[in-house]
Write a protein that binds this ligand. Structure first.
Ligand code: KG4
Ligand code: ZN
Length: 384
């Protein structure tokens, strides 16, 4: 089948990303992280996220094309901002005389996410579709992608040589564990989703970020908690068994998640401690919270497997970057003789545009294009 070059964009939260892909092969995946901007607020500051996306988007798109289409650096002359920066300029964004091949489709995340951040990516995608590429004699087709679908399809992304070759056998269960979502989804086929359970309050990544904030550890909290927790040995943890958090929704026979109670328990627990005690027990506290957060993910996923008997388990979202969580999920899949897929590399796990390009490839095969550009708007609360 003809595999058109897809240029994809994601600006749903605090990463500005653009990628180039052909079928499932990722040719480039450029991510500009805003971590340093939001760090001092202990979370994402929407207005600053929007501004950073606006500042970075052209440069990120250009870099994705440069790396993916073989456009050599240093060919252009003149002022960078003049050439790439202003969307009001009438010159094309991409000097496609310098590209060895051209994107044939534009894909963009339209939700869920931060409204004012999503807007930046959508605006840029519309601009590229309409006049961004000189070579296009007609308007390029546009595909709008759900960010959560992107996280699921990140598991199918391949390198330039088409590896890994894995295929989903349906029905599949998708587990998304990110900063904004904690969801279990039944996939009956490509593009056919039934949400089995979602968080009733905070997401797992959000809870890890908040726990880290309570411990004054910095942002994003997930990776910091992981590093600290790795330093705890079993002896230390049993010695500190007073740090017990009641597992949420244990009695509930459904597949929903809840993290706000866990966060409150953790806050009360730490408020009773002196600064010195906190400092001395930081690693054990981090480990205790991480264990409680992941116990819920494992329990609900196990329940979903038991009820729906899937043939594949797909895992995506930023928290899947956690080695310990992956280890737990691998064990669960093995016990159930179930093939388990994680994104093949680290850059495909946290927010990135390549996963949007892969999801778009499947939408392309189903002819799911945006028909009326004017009607495409951001959907901050979009669900699967
Ligand atoms: O998917 P993602 O990049 O953005 C959303 O769509 O939300 O996920 C970001 C979340 C943050 O909460 C971050 O703390 C968490 O993923 N995260 C991790 C790790 N790396 C990122 N959580 C636990 N362990 C990690 N290594
Ligand atoms: Zn995400």
């Amino acid at each position: 089948m003809n595999e058109p070059l897809i240029l994809s964009i994601d600006t749903s939260c605090d990463e500005t990303s653009a990628a180039l892909s052909a079928g499932r092969r990722v040719l480039s995946n450029v991510i500009s992280s805003q971590i340093s901007i939001h760090q001092k607020y202990g979370g994402v500051f929407p207005a600053l996220a929007k501004r950073a996306h606006e500042e970075k988007i052209d440069c990120v798109v250009r870099e994705a094309l440069k790396r993916g289409c073989g456009w050599e650096v240093g060919n252009e002359s003149g002022n960078e901002d003049e050439k790439w920066g202003k969307s009001s300029s009438s010159s094309p964004l991409i000097p496609d005389s310098q590209l060895t091949s051209h994107p044939q489709i534009i894909a963009v995340t339209y939700g869920p996410g931060l409204a004012i951040a999503l807007e930046v990516g959508i605006k840029k995608a519309k601009e590229l579709v309409q006049r961004g590429l000189k070579s296009a004699t007609t308007r390029l087709p546009l595909i709008a992608v759900n960010h959560l679908e992107g996280h699921l399809y990140s598991c199918l992304a391949q390198n330039k040589n088409g590896k890994p070759e894995r295929e989903i056998t349906f029905p599949a269960i998708g587990l998304i564990v990110s900063g904004g979502h904690t969801e279990l989804v039944l996939m009956k086929n490509h593009g056919e989703y039934q949400v089995l359970g979602a968080t009733l309050d905070d997401a797992c990544g959000e809870a890890l970020d908040k726990a880290a904030k309570i411990l004054h550890l910095g942002y994003p909290g997930g990776p910091i908690i992981e590093r600290l927790a790795e330093n705890v040995n079993r002896k230390q943890q049993t010695a500190n068994c007073q740090y017990f958090l009641t597992p949420p929704l244990k009695e509930k026979n459904n597949l929903n998640f809840s993290y706000s109670g866990l966060k409150t328990q953790f806050l009360y627990l730490t408020q009773k401690m002196t600064e010195e005690e906190l400092g001395k027990n930081l690693t054990v506290l981090a480990k205790t919270f991480q264990e409680a957060a992941f116990e819920q993910v494992l329990r609900k996923t196990s329940q979903a497997i038991e009820v729906y008997q899937p043939k594949t388990l797909l895992c995506g979202g930023g928290v899947i970057a956690n080695h310990y969580l992956r280890q737990l999920l691998r064990k669960l899949a093995k016990q159930n003789h179930l093939p388990i897929f994680f994104p093949a590399n680290k850059k495909l796990i946290t927010d990135n545009a390549a996963m949007i390009g892969i999801a778009a490839w499947y939408k392309y095969q189903r002819n799911e294009f945006v028909e009326d550009l004017d009607l495409l708007d951001r959907k901050p609360r979009l669900s699967l």
